[in-house]
Design a protein around this ligand. Structure first.
Ligand code: UD1
Length: 431
């Protein structure tokens, strides 16, 4: 298992380029299941969840070409025939977003067999809203042996009100509704930019969708979708992580290739803390040589503060003067980074869904364990300002969603290196 060895204390200086959004790429790849023609996606990030999705689609009979390198980061997905419309537990357990294939498979093939995801580190994460919605569209669903079995003669448009806002649930039903008979109206939808990006792709494929990015999405069903070419939006969570990294290290960092309009809640909270930024159409410059003051923060659905940046904000809050109360409203168990930050010297108390962070505390290097994707990012941020050499174990979590994070950080002055299991347990010093 790979580890990161990070020596803190270097300000990040220069330009770091943001990759395509993993959370937009995943549903867009699933959307290719809806047509027998090739779908070409550009700006695909080179992260492990993309590989997992590729394996998932290939196991169903899709041809998936995935090319990285200069001017590429492109995948071509051709689902001419789908021999096995199934998602096995082996794949779903490593990436819960695999359930995104459920809606497209039912819509295209009339049946699907997809493993139930089960719980995960950050909470129970059920898929009941995906299932309820598909039933409203005329799917018969049974659950047996840990699998969801779905079948339909033909999906029929319906009005569906989500009991709770769900990102992949909105995406799953949006995809299914494109091939349903008649009109579907989805209410209380997720408004994340990734939902709008998926709708853009689907419309290029011939779907008739309006309202994506708002709480109400209308879909007029069509009988067939065609192939299309689409460029994935930039990753706002990766951008947010680097903005916080630039601020915390007292650097001067230009985060290039991002969309600042997707970062409003994060940027306004950072301004409240005292972080100085300057945005252009496709970049954010962060100038971090200023003291930070504590600020309370609550995660919300978009356009609120993203839960996927909560852990990174907590790392920043440890370096702010005063008490910050961080409330996690989306997932019930998303504070696992807190204990690791405490081991590095932070003063954090967890009270249910609230974390009380008292700063500013100096951080000192320690051996820490990454527990999930965004928790790992917060440990990297803490390590960048800690005194000494931090070793972060289980960085496979971070590889699920951050493209070459160590190379990107090294490129702007961080002292970070990756070591594999083949190396001795004692990490070599960072040069
Ligand atoms: C997506 C993102 C993830 C992000 C999350 C919240 C992808 C691939 N992942 O995850 O990075 O952290 O949105 O912004 O896009 N829920 C139910 N029943 C359901 C579905 C969800 O109760 O059927 C609950 C969840 O347990 C959670 C809340 O709704 O408490 C929001 O979850 P949801 O928006 O569905 O998260 P994901 O789509 O899994």
């Amino acid at each position: 298992m790979d580890k990161f060895v990070i020596r803190g204390g270097e300000p990040l200086l220069g330009t770091v380029r943001v990759s395509g959004a993993k959370n937009a790429a995943l549903p867009c790849m699933a959307a290719a299941l809806l047509t027998d023609q090739p779908v070409i996606l550009e700006n695909i990030p080179q992260v492990r969840d993309i590989q997992t999705t590729r394996n998932l689609l290939a196991a169903m009979g899709a041809e998936v070409e995935l090319g990285y390198g200069r001017a590429q980061h492109r995948t071509t997905i051709h689902c001419a025939t789908l021999a096995a419309p199934e998602a096995s537990y082996e794949l779903v357990k490593t990436m819960r977003a695999s359930t995104l294939v459920l809606g497209p498979l039912v819509a295209r093939c009339g049946h699907a067999r997809v493993s139930l995801p089960g719980g995960c580190a950050i909470g129970a994460r059920p898929i009941d809203l995906h299932i309820k919605g598909l039933e409203r569209l005329g799917t018969k669903i049974t659950q047996e042996h840990g699998y969801v079995e779905a079948s339909t003669d033909r999906l029929k448009g319906a009005e569906i009100v989500f009991d709770k806002i769900t990102v992949t649930g909105t995406e799953d039903l949006l995809m299914a509704a494109t091939l349903a008979d008649g009109e579907t109206i989805l209410q209380n939808c997720a408004r994340e930019p990734e939902v709008a990006d998926l709708a853009d792709l689907l419309n290029k494929m011939g779907a008739k969708i309006t309202g994506a990015g708002t709480p109400t999405i209308r879909v007029k069903g069509v009988s067939k979708l065609r192939g299309a070419k689409h460029r994935i939006i930039p990753d706002r969570i990766e951008a947010g992580t680097y903005i916080i990294a630039g601020a915390m290290t007292g650097g001067d960092l230009n985060i290039a290739g991002c969309d600042p309009s997707h970062l409003n809640a994060l940027l306004s909270k950072l301004h409240e803390v005292g972080v100085k930024t300057k945005s252009s159409a496709d970049s954010v410059r962060v100038m971090g040589d200023n003291p930070f003051t504590a600020a309370d923060m609550s995660t919300e659905e978009h356009p609120g503060f993203p839960t996927d940046c909560q852990a990174q904000f907590m790392a920043l809050a440890t370096q702010a003067e005063g008490t910050s109360i961080i409330t996690e409203n989306i997932f019930e168990n998303r504070f696992m980074h807190a204990q690791e930050l405490v081991r590095m010297g932070a003063n954090i108390k967890i009270e249910g869904r609230r974390a009380v962070v008292r700063g500013k505390t100096p951080l000192s290097a320690a051996a820490v364990l990454a527990s999930d994707l965004r928790a790992s990012a917060s440990l990297v941020l803490a390590a960048l300002v800690a005194d000494g050499e931090t070793i972060i174990d289980r960085v496979y979590h971070i590889d699920r969603g951050y493209e070459h994070i160590e190379e990107k950080l090294k490129g702007v002055g961080a002292q970070i290196r990756r070591i594999g299991e083949m190396f001795p347990k004692k990490a070599a010093a960072v040069k």
